[in-house]
Design a protein around this ligand. Structure first.
Ligand code: XMP
Length: 329
């Protein structure tokens, strides 16, 4: 392993050398550990020439936007602009059911927004930002395109991660990916050195395409996104209350585009099914499903059906990776 103090010092040097004294930089904050640590690192290297943007794509978790904006501003003092692009994303995703198409559409919209943000900055600064920071990790790189000599080979792309490859050829921004040789635990260690709050560093990973890969099928259908947000919040808060959040790599709910028959009160219902998934993992490359105790699962399932309108059945995902991936799409 590397010493993170050395990695930090080296990265700061590399970024300063790469940029020169005039260039401005944009950082796309997702609200996750990776982009936050990447931004804090770049902020340390170049200070006010960093300009962060947080995009609400309408695919975020319950109160996520309010929660992360507070952390960025109050705890980290990062300069962040919040862009509400909910309509822009959801209108493009209407009717789309293919998982890879969803990812491609979302990745493309993100780039459009960053480009527009860069143009706005150019107006203000009289100097167009030349770089875009991304919190890409080593596992993202090797899953999408294994580097030569890594000893890993994939005969095909498993998934197109929105933050690796696939960028339009005419994109005017160059990439800075200061974490691209690091694993998750190393990023958390780097974050600690950079004084990112420990509670924030322990946040579970969340995919760039957001709830779009957790609502199977058309994400704009009915109120799937709102239902999923409520179910997910109950699940996560229950995990936190049980004191097991830090023992889990990632936990979340999935909305299934099917209905099943149930009985609530003396009413027959025909409502939605949600799945709960929680896994342990070292780096996201492989994962084991997390074994909750019976009482925990019973309480969560009851709470979900009692308080989320439109849900009458809760199932648990008991597959590991492989053969499943962590996300369902
Ligand atoms: P999978 O589902 O491939 O996920 O086993 C492995 C880890 O990567 C996250 N993930 C993504 N992260 N953009 C991201 O930034 C993506 O498109 C994406 N897809 C999956 C996933 O949440 C898990 O932590």
């Amino acid at each position: 392993g590397w010493k993170m103090e050395d990695v930090l010092e080296e990265e700061v040097k590399v970024i300063r050398g790469m940029l020169g004294p005039e260039n401005h930089v944009i950082c796309a904050l997702s609200g996750g550990v990776d982009s936050t640590v990447a931004a804090t690192l770049v902020h340390k290297a170049i200070g006010d020439r960093l300009h962060c943007v947080f995009v609400d794509n309408g695919l975020l978790r319950y109160k996520e936007r309010e929660r992360v904006m507070e952390t960025f501003e109050k705890d980290l003092h990062l300069p962040v602009t919040c862009v509400d692009a909910t309509e822009q994303f959801l209108s493009k995703l209407k009717g789309v059911v293919d998982p890879e198409r969803k990812r491609k559409i979302i990745g493309k919209e993100f780039i459009c927004i960053f480009d527009a943000f860069a143009q706005d900055l150019e107006q203000k600064l009289g100097n167009r930002p030349a770089y875009l920071v991304q919190g890409t990790l080593y596992p993202d790189v090797i899953e999408s395109c294994p580097p030569p000599g890594s000893g890993r080979t994939h005969s095909h792309t498993i998934k197109s991660h929105h933050n690796v490859g696939g960028l339009p050829k005419d994109m005017k921004l160059k990439l800075i990916e200061p974490l691209k040789l690091l694993f998750k635990d190393e990023v958390r260690e780097l974050g600690r050195i950079l004084n990112v709050p420990v509670g924030f560093l322990k946040r579970h990973p969340f995919p760039g395409p957001g709830l779009a890969v957790r609502v199977l099928g058309d994400v704009t259908e009915g109120n799937a996104l709102d239902i999923l947000r409520e179910v997910d919040e109950i699940f996560i808060q229950s995990i936190k209350n049980a004191g097991i959040y830090d023992s889990i790599w990632q936990a979340f709910a999935v909305f299934l585009p099917i209905r099943s028959v149930g009985v609530q009160g003396d009413q027959r219902t025909h409502s939605h099914v949600v799945a709960l998934r929680a896994v342990t993992s070292q780096d996201g490359m492989t994962a084991d499903w997390f074994n909750f105790d019976h009482k925990f699962l019973d309480d969560v399932a009851r709470k979900i059906c009692n308080s989320v309108r439109g849900v009458n059945r809760v199932v648990q995902d008991i597959t590991s990776k492989p053969p499943s991936t962590i996300e369902w799409e």
